[in-house]
Structures are given as C-alpha cells and as structure tokens.
Write a protein that binds this ligand. Structure first.
Ligand code: ADP
Length: 179
C-alpha cells in the first residue's frame, strides 16, 4: 500500500502517519524529519537546509526527489509506505509518478486558527509566528494543483482533521477497507 498524507502544517499529518504506519506495518517517510537531520550537519547542504526550514520555505524539488529515491531503496518499503507531508508542489507530485503509483492520498482538512494554536503549543524550531505564516501561505498556494492531480487520478480522500486523532484515524482506515 502506497499512501500520502497531506494537510496544513498543524493538521496532524505526523500523528495520522504514525497511527497508520503501526496499523498497516509499513514505514512512515517524513521529508521534514529527514531535513531536520540533514540540518544538524556542518556541511554547506546542512546549512542551506537549516536556513530554508527555519524560514518556513520549501527546499528544492530536486533535493526531495533525491532523498526519497534513496529512502525507497531500503527493503522496508517493499510492501509500501506512507509519505508524510510530501509532495508539497505539483512538480514533486509529477516527479514521484515516475517512481511509483500511489493507492490513496489523504488530505487532512483543518482551519488555520486551530492549526496555528496546535503548532504554537508544539513549539518546534520552525514553529514561530512568521515561519508558520509562510508555511501556511506556501501550502495554500500549492495544494490546489496537487489535489486536482490526485482527484483526477481518483485517489483523493478528504478527512476532517478537527476531530480527535483516533476519530480521523478510524475514518482513514474505513476508506482503505472500502478500497
Ligand atoms: P509541517 O507540515 O508542520 O511544516 P514537516 O516536518 O512536514 O512539518 O516539514 C517541515 C519543513 O520541512 C517544511 O516547512 C519545509 O521547509 C521542509 N519540507 C518538508 N517536506 C518538504 C517537501 N516535500 N518539499 C520541500 N520542503 C519540505
């Protein structure tokens, strides 16, 4: 099963991806986490990634494509995987189509105010007002085209993410059972 979970920062993509990863015994792949690891490196790439993530900007599509291609070479992805928060641009979505075909794409729907409150409570390095504002702006700019692509492929599912994580999780599982 090859799945994607998308949504506004703070929608709960990580929580849903972790629950789903346990339920289906397939790995969760989060580009954001991979990038946070890279940003600890003293290399010039580490420095660029750190600055980009802190500002709430996107890293390049090419970097994401390279990282994902490498990650998918590991044998734990044989039965499938859950992409958490990726693709973030239409170009990434199109690049991924060359690597694999997805079964379902879940988009977690939430209002910005609720998402902002959640993020400010979490307080990660890039969870400042300015960086969150920028991440929301970019998400709103890109998501329409991505959703259209997956809708046209007949694999898009929208999930209400204002409810408790377990409620959204059950909704996702029931969609997967329906096929
Ligand atoms: P959130 O969804 O709360 O922003 P993530 O961990 O998914 O958290 O992403 C954190 C940051 O990592 C993003 O703001 C962006 O800078 C970078 N990032 C994550 N995924 C991608 C991607 N697919 N393409 C470009 N940049 C990404």
């Amino acid at each position: 099963m090859k799945l994607v979970i998308l949504g506004l920062p703070g929608a709960g993509k990580g929580s849903q991806a972790v629950l789903l990863s346990k339920a289906l015994s397939i790995p969760r792949i989060c580009a954001g986490e991979m990038l946070r690891e890279i940003s600890k490196e003293k290399s010039s790439l580490g420095k660029i990634v750190k600055e980009t993530v802190q500002k709430g900007e996107l890293v390049s599509d090419d970097l994401i494509f390279t990282l994902l291609k490498q990650r998918l070479r590991k044998s734990d992805t044989r039965k499938g995987f859950i992409l958490d928060g990726t693709p973030r641009t239409l170009n990434q979505a199109q690049m991924f189509r060359k690597l694999f075909s997805l079964d379902k794409v879940f988009v977690l729907k939430i209002d910005e105010k609720t998402a902002m409150t959640r993020l400010l409570k979490r307080g990660r390095g890039d969870d400042t007002h300015v960086a969150i504002g920028r991440r929301f702006e970019i998400f709103n700019r890109e998501i329409g085209q991505i959703v259209k692509l997956y809708h046209d492929l007949g694999i898009l599912v929208e999930i209400n993410a204002k409810a408790a994580p377990q409620v959204a999780h059950k909704e996702i599982l029931s969609h997967l059972k329906r096929g």
